[in-house]
Design a protein around this ligand. Structure first.
Ligand code: BES
Ligand code: MN
Ligand code: MN
Length: 462
C-alpha cells in the first residue's frame, strides 16, 4: 500500500471537486418538492461508482426512493464487504442560520479543522462519508490491490426512516450476501483520540395531538373555564420525567440492558472532557438522568425528548386566543433489548391515560428501529481497529454513540451479518444543523484508512 498516500495526495483536489458536485444536489428526502433532486443524486452516485471501476452499477427501484447498487467481485472465494451509506440529506432549515448556502459547498478553516472543512448539507451526513468508500475502492481497483469483493448499497431514505429498505433487503438477500457490512455514518471522539462506534441507539418517534374545544376561543371570554390544550400538553409532557430525570412511563425500563459496573468502568476510560463538552455547547451545566455520567446518558441509557411543539398563535404581536389543538413531536432513544414497537405501545397507553377528561389525545407513530451493539472480539472489529491504528498511529477506543441508524439491526436479522461503524465525523460537525461541515483531513484520512480495513479483513479471514 506504499503508493496509497501518493494516490491520495495527487488526486485530492479531484476527490474534493467530485464530492462538491454531489453536495450541490439538494437530495432532501423529507420534502417531496425535492424528489427530482433525490433521483438525480441517485444517478450521480451510480455514475461515481462506475467511474471508480465498479461493475453492475444499477439504480434499484423500491417502493420509495431507489437504492444504488454496484459491486466488484474479484473472486467468489474471497470475503465480501458490503458498504452501506445514504445519499439523502436532512432539510437545511432554518436556512437563515447558515453562513453560506447549504447547497453551495465552500471550504474554509474552523478551530477544529484548521486545514479546512467542507460546509454543505450532507458534507458529513452522509455524502462526504460514503464517498470516502467510493474513492478508497477506486484506489484499490486502479492499483489492483482490492483484497476482498465489495458491494455498495447506498440508499435514499435513511433520514426519513429507511421505510423501503426492509423490503429491498428481503427481496435481495442473495445479491446483498456478504461477510461484513461496513458503514461510515457516525463519528469519532477526535483526530487525536480515534474511536470506533460499537453501539447505536434504537428509536421510537411519535407525534401527539391534544384537542380541546371544537374551535379556537377568545382567551378572555373562555380563559380559565375551557380546557387549554397547550397548557394541558405542556403539563403532560413535563410529567414524563420525574425529579431524577427518569422517564415515568410504566414498563419503559423493564427490558433495558443491564451493564455491569465492570463494563461501565471500562467504558469510562474513553476520553471525555465535561468542561470542553459544556464549553462547546455554551451551557453552564449538563442535564440528564441521575446516577449516570454524560457519556452514559447518551451511550447506554434510553431517553425521551420533545423535538418540536406547537399550537396557537405564533405570528407577530399578540393575539388573545385559546387554541383548539396543540401538537408535539417526541423521540425516544432506546437501548439494547428495548423493542421499539413495544415502547411505542407503552408510550401511547400511558400518554392517553394521563390526559384529563377535558381534552382528546391522539398519538401517531412515525418511525423507529432497534438498537444495535457490535461485538469487539470479531474479525471485523479487529480489522477496523488495526486499520485505524495504522493511519492514526493510535489504537482506537470502542464507544457507543447516541444516534440511530435503525436499518443496522435489520441487517443482522435479514442479511445475518455484523456491521462495523467506521465513522470519521466529529460531534462538532453540526450534522442536521445549520453549517454542517466535514473536515478535509477527516475525509482524506478516511480514504486512507478504508483500504487497510480491506487488507486486514482479508488477512484475518484467510
Ligand atoms: N448518521 C446519522 C446517525 C448518527 C450520527 C449516528 C452520528 C451516530 C453518530 C443518521 O443519518 C441519522 O441522522 N439518523 C437518525 C435516525 C433516522 C431514523 C432519522 C437519528 O439518529 O436521528
Ligand atoms: Mn447519516
Ligand atoms: Mn442523519
Amino acid at each position: 500500500m506504499k503508493d496509497l498516500n501518493n494516490y491520495i495526495e495527487s488526486n485530492k483536489d479531484r476527490f474534493l471537486n467530485e464530492l462538491i458536485d454531489l453536495l450541490k444536489i439538494p437530495s432532501i428526502s423529507a420534502d417531496t418538492a425535492y424528489s427530482q433532486d433525490v433521483l438525480h443524486t441517485a444517478e450521480a452516485v451510480k455514475k461515481s461508482l462506475t467511474e471508480a471501476g465498479c461493475d453492475n452499477a444499477e439504480i434499484c427501484e423500491t417502493k420509495g426512493y431507489p437504492v444504488v447498487y454496484a459491486d466488484k467481485i474479484i473472486d467468489p472465494n474471497l470475503p465480501t464487504v458490503l458498504v452501506y451509506g445514504h445519499y439523502d440529506v436532512q432539510p437545511p432549515d432554518p436556512i437563515n442560520l447558515w453562513d453560506s448556502p447549504p447547497f453551495k459547498p465552500v471550504i474554509k478553516p474552523t478551530k477544529l479543522h484548521p486545514d479546512g472543512a467542507i460546509f454543505a448539507r450532507g458534507a458529513c451526513d452522509d455524502k462526504g462519508q460514503f464517498f470516502m468508500h467510493v474513492k478508497a475502492v477506486e484506489y484499490m481497483i486502479k492499483n489492483n490491490t482490492l483484497p476482498c469483493n465489495v458491494k455498495f448499497m447506498i440508499e435514499g431514505e435513511e433520514e426519513v426512516g429507511s421505510d423501503s429498505l426492509a423490503g429491498f433487503l428481503d427481496d435481495n438477500k442473495e445479491k446483498l450476501k456478504n461477510d461484513i457490512i461496513l458503514i461510515s455514518d457516525t463519528g469519532m471522539i477526535s483526530m487525536e483520540n480515534p474511536s470506533i462506534t460499537t453501539g447505536l441507539r434504537g428509536l421510537s418517534y411519535v407525534e401527539v395531538e391534544v384537542t380541546g374545544a371544537n374551535r379556537d376561543l377568545h382567551s378572555g371570554i373562555y380563559g380559565g373555564a375551557a380546557p387549554n390544550p397547550i397548557n394541558v400538553l405542556a403539563k403532560m409532557i413535563a410529567s414524563l420525567h420525574d425529579e431524577n430525570n427518569h422517564i415515568t412511563i410504566p414498563g419503559f425500563y423493564d427490558k433495558v440492558e443491564i451493564i455491569s459496573d465492570e463494563e461501565r468502568a471500562e467504558m469510562a476510560k474513553a476520553p471525555f472532557d465535561l468542561e470542553e463538552y459544556k464549553a462547546s455547547l455554551d451551557i453552564d451545566d449538563v442535564h440528564g438522568e441521575k446516577g449516570y455520567s454524560t457519556s452514559e446518558r447518551f451511550g447506554i441509557r434510553p431517553t425521551l425528548d420533545v423535538n418540536g411543539i406547537w399550537g396557537g398563535y405564533m405570528g407577530e404581536g399578540a393575539k388573545t386566543v385559546i387554541a383548539s389543538k396543540a401538537y408535539a413531536k417526541i423521540s425516544m432513544r432506546l437501548v439494547p433489548n428495548q423493542d421499539w414497537h413495544e415502547i411505542t405501545d407503552l408510550f401511547t397507553k400511558h400518554f392517553t391515560s394521563i390526559a384529563p377528561k377535558s381534552v382528546k389525545v391522539k398519538v401517531s407513530p412515525h418511525h423507529g428501529g432497534q438498537a444495535y451493539v457490535t461485538p469487539i472480539d470479531s474479525i471485523g472489529y479487529q480489522a477496523a481497529a488495526k486499520a485505524v491504528e495504522q493511519t492514526f498511529g493510535k489504537s482506537p477506543v470502542p464507544q457507543r454513540t447516541g444516534g440511530s441508524i435503525p436499518i443496522v439491526a435489520l441487517f443482522e436479522k435479514v442479511l445475518e451479518s455484523k456491521t462495523i461503524l467506521l465513522g470519521f465525523g466529529l460531534d462538532s460537525d453540526a450534522i442536521h444543523s445549520p453549517n454542517e461541515h466535514f473536515g478535509v483531513l477527516n475525509f482524506l484520512k478516511g480514504i486512507e484508512t478504508i483500504p487497510y480495513f480491506y487488507k486486514y479483513f482479508a488477512e484475518l479471514n484467510a
